[in-house]
Design a protein around this ligand. Structure first.
Ligand SMILES: NC(=O)c1ccc[n+]([C@@H]2O[C@H](COP(=O)([O-])OP(=O)(O)OC[C@H]3O[C@@H](n4cnc5c(N)ncnc54)[C@H](O)[C@@H]3O)[C@@H](O)[C@H]2O)c1
Ligand SMILES: [Fe+2]
Length: 390
């Protein structure tokens, strides 16, 4: 085994009503002016006022920006950064799903280092610490509150791109499962299967000692390792137990607790091991048609599992046991259907003629290709998976 490390957010606070402790956390970071990156849906749900009220009660000044739609574009990130700059905050607070948390990360990055988000895409290109950053998830999905990634849409290139850097791990993650209660079933389902995808991709990743990182290159991903595996395993168990329940009854608090923990654990797992071919294949799809990241991943997951199966026989058997079944792929397919994830690319607006360009774009994302247990040798192998999923 090669050496491996395990990194997380600077601190992690988990539990019902955790947001009541936000003032202490902000003060701990030396923050007196907090800029909240959130959205109108969370404002309507009363979530923004809950957070803002806690800050006001502690004499912490704040202002907020509303991300206009999910899966942020580079344009909205630029606008958020410009408005944040005018407020002169000493901390940024991302409140929402991955879309808002990632926008907050990119705002913190641009405020500290200037330039444009597109200057920092790829692995380990952020030059140093960003503006102090607190992330508060309101979905149980992305794990962005602990991860080193920030994803946005490069509108020009029609693809989703990521900035990956240890400096993008928030200084503090505050996970309050009660904030997820207002998620409608579709958001619960899509974000929940994203968490499962993270756990499965991390657990079946390339082994740490075989991780093919070219010399001189750095990556926040380092392949499968025992610590990340422990978290991925527990995340898989929790998703198996609680995702159907959370989708069926949003007020099932035990299920909400379980899914919030699953998402954070899966975030800890993938942000150290890596995500792989499912994510690489989702980015061009998400860039071209309007589908949520989670739905795109959930759709593709069983097809990529089939592709990887021969390389990860024992891991797939372990996943089946964790899901209390004897066939991991079949169980993922059943779960997908039960919670209403689309089953075919043609059902989400993809045209067959788009597939070759998707395959070219996915194959070009080397930092994700090399994490996959079975590394695709050419675009054609990926095209075959897209065709199977079409
Ligand atoms: N940074 C990372 O590590 C990472 C990992 C995976 C995915 N992502 C990115 O995260 C984004 C997806 O994030 P997501 O799945 O959390 O969804 P999201 O943030 O896009 O939110 C989806 C919708 O749900 C609404 N919503 C969120 N919380 C709600 C609540 N509590 N009540 C009611 N409505 C609520 C939002 O307003 C939005 O309209 C994608 O852009 C994806 O690429 C990032
Ligand atoms: Fe994801």
């Amino acid at each position: 085994m090669r050496t491996w490390t395990f990194q997380s957010a600077g601190s992690l606070l988990f539990g019902r009503d955790a947001i009541e402790q936000l003032p202490d956390i902000a003060r701990g970071l030396g923050a007196k002016r907090v800029y909240i990156v959130t959205d109108a849906i969370l404002a309507r749900a009363g979530t923004v006022e809950k957070v803002a009220g806690n800050l006001r009660g502690a004499d912490i000044a704040h202002d907020s920006f509303h991300v206009n739609k999910p899966e942020p574009s580079v344009e909205i990130v630029r606008e958020a950064a410009a408005q944040a700059k005018a407020f002169a905050p000493d901390a940024i607070l991302g409140l929402g799903g991955g879309s808002n948390m990632d926008t907050a990360k990119l705002v913190a990055l641009v405020l500290a280092h200037g330039g444009d988000p597109t200057d920092y895409t790829g692995d380990c290109r952020v030059p140093g610490p960003v503006t102090p950053l607190i992330c508060v998830p309101t979905t149980a999905g992305t794990g962005s509150e602990v991860s080193a990634a920030a994803v946005f849409g490069d509108t020009q290139k029609q693809i989703k791109v990521s900035c990956l850097s240890p400096f993008l791990r928030p200084d503090a993650a505050v996970v309050d499962p009660l904030l997820t209660v207002s998620c409608p079933p579709k958001v619960t389902a899509d974000s929940g299967i994203d968490a499962l995808t993270h756990a499965i991709e991390a657990f079946t990743a390339c082994y740490n000692d075989a991780f093919p990182l070219p010399s001189g290159e750095r990556s926040v991903y380092q392949g499968k390792n025992p610590m990340a595996d422990a978290m991925a395993r527990e995340a898989i168990v929790l998703v198996g137990k609680f995702l159907r329940r959370a989708v069926k009854d949003g007020n099932d608090l035990e299920a909400r607790d379980g899914m919030s923990l699953a998402a954070t654990l899966a975030g800890l797992a993938f942000s150290n091991s890596g995500v792989a071919l499912v994510h690489a294949m989702e980015y061009p799809v998400g860039g071209a048609v309007h589908v949520s990241h989670g739905a795109g991943n959930g759709l593709l997951l069983p097809f990529v599992m089939k592709y990887n199966q021969s390389k990860r026989v024992s891991e797939f058997a372990a996943i089946a046991r964790l899901l209390d079944t004897d066939d991991a792929i079949r169980e993922v397919e059943r779960l997908r259907e039960a919670i209403g994830i689309p089953l075919r690319l043609r059902d989400i607006g993809v045209k067959e003629a788009m597939l070759p360009s998707f395959a070219d774009k996915a194959f070009a994302i080397k930092r994700l290709m090399r994490v996959n247990a079975r590394m695709p040798q050419n675009e054609g192998e990926i095209l075959d998976i897209y065709k199977a999923a079409f």
